[in-house]
Design a protein. Structure first.
Length: 476
C-alpha cells in the first residue's frame, strides 16, 4: 500500500480477504477496515499482537488477524505492507478447548458440593421416610413430614442434575430402541405444548438401538423441548426428529469433534428467538440462564451436556437470533436387540433381618445414626465406627461380622483402604461402599477392589434395605 492507503500489490489470498473485508482490490483506496482507519492496524512494536477482525459472510462468521508495518522513508516514498490471515478454524478450536476446560473445572467443583449435599439429604430424606413408615407416628404431623420428604426428594433431583453435569452419577444403561422411545415421548409432550405452538415429531421406520439410561435420555429431550417452548413468543413450531448418521472421518461440531462411527441423531429445533452469538458458548455451563428470576435454575443444558457425554455422545447447537435454534444430540448406535422397558413393582414393606451382625463405618455422625437406626429397625445387630481406623479396631476385636457398610471418603483411612485391610483378615465378609458422587467407571473400579455393592447417596431406603437383604443371602 502507498502512503494514501491505495492497494499497490496483493497476492491471491490477500486479494480475496481484502475483497471480503473492504470490497477493495488492487488500485483501490482503502479508507477504513471494519470502521477503523487502516493506519490503526499498523503494528508499532515487535511484541504487539495482530489485530482481530470478525466479519459475517455468506459462509458464516469469519475471523481475521491483520497487522502491518511501514516501509520506506517518511515522505513521498513511504508505504506499508500488510499481512491478513484467516484464523477462523484456529479460533473455533481455541474456543472449544477453553469451553471444555471451563466445563471440566466447574464440573469438579459441582461434584464436591454435591457430595456434601448428599450427606445432608440422606439424613433429611431417610428420617422422614422412617417416620412416614412408623404406624405410631401422629397423623396430625403426617402432612408436614410428607412436605419434608418431598422437599428433600426434589433437592436430591437437583443434586443429581449437578452430578449429571459433572458426569459423576451412576448411569444404569441397557439397550433400548430410540424410535419407539421418541414416539412415546412425543405423545407425552404434546399435552404440555401450548395450542399456539405446532409440535411435530418425525420418526422414520426401523430400530435405532442405543445402550443408555432411558430415564436420563428422557431428561435430555424434556430439557430441550421445554427450552424450545420457552423461546417461542406468540406462536411458532417445535420439531423433534430422529435420524442416523455414519461418519468415516472425525466430524467437526461447534464444540467438539465426533469420532467415526454410527450414531442416532435426535434433533430438537424451534422457530423461537434464537440465542445471541455472544452467549452461545456459555449455555452449557451450570447456573447460566437467560430466563428471569425464578423461571429457571440454569442447570437444564448443563444436565443435557453431562448426560450425553456419559452416553459417549456429543451435543451440537446452532442458532440465529430471530430465526430459531437447533440442537443435535449424537448417540452411538449398537448392534444388539433392545430390552424391555418394563419394571418390577416396588414392594412397600421392608425386608426383615435375623439379627445378623453389621459394622457401619461413616465419618458423618448424622448419616451414621440414620443407617444404624434403619438397620436396627429391620432386625439387624449394628456396631458403628466414626472412621476407618476405629472401624478396623472394632472389626478385629468384636468377632465375626456378616456385613461391612463403609463410606468411601473418610479422613486418614478411606473406605477402599479399610476394605483391603478387612479382606486380609476375612475374605468372605460382604462389603457395601457408600459414595456421595458415584461414577460408573469409579463403581467398576471399586467393585474390582473387593466390594460387593456400591450404593449412592442420598440413600433410598427401599433399594438400600433390599440390597442388604440380598447380600446377606436372604430370600423374600
Amino acid at each position: 500500500m502507498d502512503r494514501d492507503g491505495r492497494v499497490m500489490l496483493a497476492n491471491p489470498v490477500a486479494s480475496y480477504h481484502l475483497l471480503t473485508l473492504t470490497g477493495a482490490g488492487e488500485g483501490d483506496l482503502i479508507g477504513s477496515i471494519e470502521g477503523r482507519d487502516w493506519q490503526e492496524f499498523i503494528l508499532s512494536g515487535e511484541g504487539e499482537r495482530f489485530h482481530e477482525v470478525r466479519r459475517e459472510t455468506d459462509k458464516g462468521e469469519r475471523v481475521f488477524e491483520i497487522g502491518g508495518r511501514y516501509i520506506g522513508e517518511p515522505g513521498e516514498g513511504r508505504g506499508a505492507v500488510f499481512l491478513i490471515r484467516d484464523v477462523t478454524d484456529e479460533k473455533r478450536q481455541e474456543e472449544r478447548m477453553q469451553a471444555q476446560e471451563r466445563l471440566a473445572a466447574i464440573g469438579q467443583l459441582a461434584a464436591g458440593i454435591a457430595h456434601d449435599f448428599n450427606n445432608l439429604l440422606t439424613v433429611i430424606i431417610g428420617y422422614a421416610e422412617i417416620m412416614m413408615r412408623d404406624p405410631q407416628f401422629p397423623p396430625v404431623y403426617r402432612e408436614k413430614i410428607d412436605a419434608i420428604y418431598n422437599g428433600g426428594t426434589r433437592a436430591s433431583k437437583l443434586v443429581k442434575q449437578i452430578l449429571d453435569f459433572s458426569r459423576k452419577s451412576i448411569s444404569q444403561k441397557k439397550p433400548f430402541d430410540l424410535a419407539e422411545f421418541v414416539r412415546e415421548f412425543g405423545r407425552f409432550m404434546e399435552r404440555t405444548i401450548p395450542e399456539n405452538i405446532t409440535f411435530e415429531v418425525k420418526v422414520p421406520d426401523g430400530e435405532y438401538v442405543i445402550n443408555g439410561d432411558s430415564t436420563k435420555i428422557q431428561q435430555v429431550l424434556a430439557n430441550l423441548v421445554v427450552n424450545a417452548k420457552d423461546a417461542i413468543l406468540g406462536g411458532g413450531r417445535i420439531t423433534l426428529e430422529l435420524g442416523s448418521i455414519t461418519i468415516q472421518e472425525p466430524l467437526s461440531l461447534s464444540r467438539a469433534e465426533l469420532p467415526p462411527g454410527r450414531y442416532a441423531v435426535v434433533t430438537v429445533s424451534d422457530t423461537g428467538t434464537g440465542i445471541p452469538e455472544e452467549i452461545i458458548s456459555y449455555i452449557f455451563e451450570p447456573f447460566f440462564t437467560t430466563k428471569g428470576v425464578g423461571k429457571g435454575t440454569g442447570l437444564g443444558l448443563s444436565q443435557v451436556y453431562g448426560i450425553v457425554k456419559q452416553h459417549g455422545g456429543e451435543v451440537d447447537v446452532s442458532s440465529r437470533p430471530g430465526e430459531g435454534t437447533r440442537f443435535d444430540v449424537y448417540l452411538p448406535l449398537v448392534e444388539v436387540e433392545a430390552e424391555s422397558q418394563k419394571r418390577d413393582p416396588v414392594k412397600e414393606a421392608l425386608p426383615e433381618g435375623g439379627g445378623e451382625k453389621i459394622l457401619v463405618v461413616e465419618d458423618d455422625e448424622t448419616v451414621r445414626d440414620l443407617i444404624k437406626t434403619l438397620l436396627e429397625t429391620m432386625g439387624y445387630t449394628v456396631k458403628e465406627a466414626p472412621n476407618g481406623l476405629e472401624g478396623l479396631r472394632i472389626f478385629e476385636s468384636e468377632g465375626k461380622f456378616d456385613l461391612i457398610i463403609t463410606d468411601m471418603i473418610m479422613p486418614e483411612v478411606g473406605g477402599m483402604e479399610l476394605v483391603r485391610e478387612i479382606r486380609k483378615k476375612d475374605p468372605s465378609v460382604k462389603v457395601v461402599v457408600l459414595s456421595g458422587y458415584p461414577d460408573l467407571e469409579d463403581e467398576e473400579m471399586i467393585l474390582a477392589g473387593g466390594v460387593d455393592r456400591v450404593i449412592g447417596k442420598p440413600i433410598n431406603i427401599k433399594p438400600f434395605a433390599k440390597a442388604i437383604h440380598e447380600l446377606l443371602g436372604k430370600k423374600d
